[in-house]
Design a protein around this ligand. Structure first.
Ligand SMILES: Nc1ncnc2c1ncn2[C@@H]1O[C@H](COP(=O)(O)OP(=O)(O)OP(=O)(O)O)[C@@H](O)[C@H]1O
Length: 757
């Protein structure tokens, strides 16, 4: 019987990033407690679970009550004094522990590669040095002129892996990634960008947005903070943060926001959008009536990390004012947060799930006097998966308020903005849409058809030879990020991971490890793609391209922030074609954007891939051990819960049952939608098809699912001429977005192999 774990009742957006896996239940069946200590703990846990289960069976209502109760398990992360990313020290790094233990005691069986001993490491180091010289030579070749047509040709098509047979496909820019059969996603997006629709949308926008007369306000605002008539305490906060002059978006937004106008603001990543809304908010709050403490401002962010970061920056800016802050952030101790909220802080910084929970279930948060609402990363908040939560909030807080929306990929679509209830908003778009930071150099490592199986080999080569420090690596799936984390650990690379399957403490500890430099690599899902501001990130690597160009821009925007330089490096194979093409097209249209092809010798990538393949048994062992530890931890937690129930049973029973605006079914559906936005249609079946739409499917849906299956099975929906001539049934790719990193090609595709369509 699996331990019964009552999840935190409240979902936050960050919980939505991917479909949760149910590894835990499986692992419980497989796990065989080995050492006697473990057995003892497990036995104790099991009896506690039985006991707990008995109680639940006796009274159905307990289910509601349990989720309401905060157990005193000594783990609750309370970050009341959060400043930056100070860790609480509880979220253990299990993978490092296991790998270190194994390094110390175990010789791997069946000839698998041993984790590197010191001596071996130094051998490899010298090898690496040699290779690095080669690489440096390559890189010292003159870079392509980014403005010229030649840019794309030289950088992307001018790859070193010459393949005569494919040469024809390389004729015009990114078509080298695919022959002319439409990608299903392209068809959809092309249909959406119908010219007629564009004109209609432009007309709607002209009627919806405030006229450009606000330019006068902006001009009058002048070019410095002092010309914006900001109060002394705010100016002191600014100077402590070394904000000497406003960034372009701050220059535009602050005067307009001070007038109380609604704003739709867009500016490139790392350009100071947080300051653009928080500075005018603080200034306005200095003049609030102070007799009765009142919560007047709500700032909603899509992830917990972002909310904590915004809180830290806001507190610093407000350090010479009497403005107060409260949190309604998922994953953190809600009792502490309730205590703060009861004091009616001026500003509440929140993730939507926890905000709604407090709104409905706690008198601590009062929203009826909210005067300003900010949605940071607003386009994300407006996406389908989060629409229900946002609607619930918008329906509850006062309609007569100032609303400000900001994002680097801000939408101007009127229908979306009308939903938010904006009143003649002022549109402040600093940069042309879909631009990247000016200090960013975008690299692409091209994998030819059939070489997708070495994707992990390419990544390992890049991380050990080229981009070796301050690197964030993005994965579409958390299971991939986790698995590669194990490979990194086995190869002696210092890495931390960040995704939705981790506890909040683990997430914070990972961030801290990366921020402090203890970990050179952060292996993350798109949970980390938006907003995070970590100083000194040199490189962003995309293990595979994300679902959309917008997400790509946010990911690569983790580097080259606030005028600094940075590199993004995308490993691009067939399934990544659409997004890479969009990125190259956008870069071509952007003056001064730097793009280039990075050439990796296939032999180097293959050598690393072989090494990774040989490590497979070790990876499996580590993951198995981790599963067993997880089961033990969970059962221990269940014991604590059971003990708490015994201890505080009466108090628990006396509490009112929590309410939530969605049914369980709606909640799951909403989560799945969010996942699809991030990971595409395939995310819905990331767990083996369980999340697929039920009932009769339309032909279009069937085709999409078939395409998804083919893609997962490694079959191409587009083939180059050469590939088309290869025998049918032989998969060209496996370790793409859905493939197992580091896995060996199975050679046996699921579903029917497809030739030309
Ligand atoms: N006026 C300023 N002068 C100097 N540095 C600034 C100024 N405003 C913001 N910064 C710095 O710029 C960096 C990026 O700011 P911020 O995180 O607000 O960017 P952003 O536009 O919200 O990015 P993203 O789109 O990724 O969320 C931060 O490190 C911040 O401290």
């Amino acid at each position: 019987m699996a331990p019964i774990i009552e999840d935190d009742f409240v979902l936050t957006l960050s919980d939505n990033d991917e479909i949760p896996d149910d590894e835990l239940e499986e692992s419980e069946v497989e796990a065989a407690p080995k050492p006697s200590l473990k057995r003892k703990r497990a036995d104790k846990a099991q009896s506690a679970v039985k006991k707990l289960k008995g109680e639940k069976e006796a009274g159905e209502e307990d289910e509601g009550i349990l989720s309401d109760f905060e157990f005193d398990d000594g783990r609750a992360a309370d970050l009341a004094d959060f400043d930056g990313w100070d860790a609480t020290g509880n979220g253990r790094d299990t993978i490092s522990d296991i790998v270190n233990r194994r390094k110390g005691v175990q010789k791997p069986a069946n000839g698998a590669l041993t984790p590197l001993s010191d001596a071996e490491e130094s051998d490899v180091d010298s090898e690496e040095d040699e290779e690095e010289e080669v690489d440096a030579d390559e890189m010292s070749e003159p870079e392509a002129d980014s403005d010229a047509e030649a840019d794309v040709d030289d950088t992307i098509n001018g790859h070193a892996e010459t393949d005569e047979a494919d040469a024809e496909d390389d004729d015009n820019e990114m078509e080298s990634f695919a022959a002319p059969v439409a990608h299903p996603d392209d068809v959809a997006s092309e249909a959406a960008s119908d010219a007629g629709e564009d004109t209609a949308e432009r007309e709607k926008q002209a009627a919806f947005f405030a006229p450009a007369e606000v330019d006068a306000v902006i001009t009058n605002g002048g070019g410095s903070f002092s010309s914006m008539s900001l109060s002394r305490p705010i100016m002191r906060g600014l100077s402590e943060l070394k904000f000497v002059s406003p960034t372009p978006i701050q220059r535009k937004a602050i005067p307009v926001a001070l007038e109380g106008k609604d704003i739709v603001g867009g500016a490139v990543t790392g350009s100071g959008k947080t300051g653009a809304f928080i500075i005018p908010i603080l200034e306005r709050l200095l003049f609030r009536p102070k007799r009765v403490p009142t919560t007047r401002v709500a700032i909603l962010m899509p992830t917990r990390e972002l909310a904590l970061q915004c809180l830290a920056v806001s507190k610093k800016l407000a350090s010479h004012t009497d403005v107060t802050f409260g949190r309604a952030i998922g994953g953190l101790n809600s009792r502490e947060q309730e205590k703060e909220l009861k004091l009616r802080p001026d500003i509440v910084i929140a993730t939507p799930g926890r905000f709604i929970d407090f709104m409905r279930n706690s008198p601590a948060l009062q929203v009826d006097k909210i005067e300003i609402l900010v949605l940071d990363e607003a386009d994300r908040m407006l996406e389908e998966g989060f629409a229900d939560e946002l609607n619930e909030i918008l329906d509850t807080i006062p309609k007569s308020r100032q609303t400000m929306l900001f994002s680097a990929t801000m939408t101007s679509r009127v229908d979306d903005l009308v939903r938010v209830g904006m009143q003649r908003p002022v549109r402040l778009m600093v940069d042309a849409q879909k631009t990247s930071a000016s200090g960013l150099t975008q690299e692409f490592v091209r994998l030819r058809p059939g070489r997708e199986t070495s994707r992990l080999g390419y990544l390992m080569y890049l991380c050990s030879e080229v981009h070796r420090d301050r690197v964030i690596i993005f994965f579409r799936q958390k299971k991939d990020a986790h698995r590669v984390r194990v490979v990194f650990a086995l190869c002696g690379l210092q890495a931390a991971e960040l995704h939705g399957s981790m506890s909040q403490e683990q997430r914070i500890n990972s961030m801290e490890a990366f921020r402090s430099g203890r970990a050179s690599f952060l292996l993350a899902t798109d949970l980390a793609s938006r907003g995070l501001d970590i100083k000194g990130i040199e490189t962003v690597i995309n293990y595979e391209a994300p679902q959309s160009h917008e997400i790509y821009l946010h990911r690569v925007g983790r580097t080259a922030r606030a005028g600094r330089k940075g590199i993004s490096c995308t490993i691009a194979a067939e399934p990544d074609r659409k997004v890479v093409k969009a990125a190259v097209k956008a870069a071509k249209a952007q003056t001064g954007a730097q793009i280039r092809q990075r050439t990796v010798d296939p032999k180097d990538a293959d050598a690393w891939q072989r090494r990774c393949d040989e490590l497979e048994p070790d990876v499996e062992d580590v993951l198995q051990e981790e599963k067993e530890e997880k089961v033990l931890e969970q059962t221990e937690r269940t014991i604590v819960k059971a003990e708490n129930i015994e201890k505080y049973g009466d108090e628990i029973a006396a509490r009112p049952k929590k309410t939530w605006f969605q049914s369980e079914k709606d909640k799951v559906a909403s989560k799945a939608k969010g996942s699809v936005v991030l990971n595409g249609a395939s995310a819905g079946d990331a767990d083996g098809g369980k999340k697929r739409p039920k009932g009769k499917l339309s032909n279009k849906q069937k085709k999409r699912l078939q395409d998804t299956d083919d893609r997962k099975a490694g079959l191409e929906w587009k083939k180059t001429k050469t590939a088309q001539e290869k025998p049918k049934g032989k998969p060209a790719s496996k370790a793409g977005a859905g493939g197992k990193p580091g896995g060996k090609p199975s050679g046996k595709p699921k579903g029917k192999p497809k030739g030309k369509r």
